[in-house]
Design a protein around this ligand. Sequence first.
Ligand SMILES: [Zn+2]
Length: 192
Amino acid sequence: MSEKILKDVVIPGEEIGVIEEFLPGDWTYVDGNSIRSMIFGTAILDINEKRVKVRPLHRMSPLIIEKGDIVIGEVIGMRKDVAAISIRKVENKGLILSNPWSGLLHVSQVSDKFIDFLSDAVKVTDILRARVINLRPPYQLSIKERGMGVILAFCPICQNPMSIKNKKLYCLRCKIREERKISTRYSINLKL
Ligand SMILES: [Zn+2]
């Protein structure tokens, strides 16, 4: 097997190839025509198979984040039915991650009710509180529980933290409303 390093360090969400050119391999996901990395790692091309994969920079210890853990993270990328989350904190373990881990939120894990668009529930830059529902990376997250969901969101116009008014997000300055799946823990004074 002959391999070639495409890039020493890639970050979650970074494009490492296009599907017209390569097949997606370990620790990648397909987003439109792009093959992107799920994790921090080294992007590698398997020349024979024409497959791109990412080798994790850190040892993938399953002990850091486990099924059932409550995590805090930022929405860093979205497509129609999946959001990429940069996990910064494992709340129930009091653990702050110096290197964020990747999490994925699928539209089916937002609510027990059917949701057309994930963007009605979360948006890029939102801070989420979520439950980990699988055993190993990439971690699948759920925000179905009442305490889970968006715990801080920023106004798309002025970038200030948004308040809550009549169960919707509201910017006092710009007078605009935004829909989200809001956690009961939402707080404009949130410190990460
Ligand atoms: Zn505003």
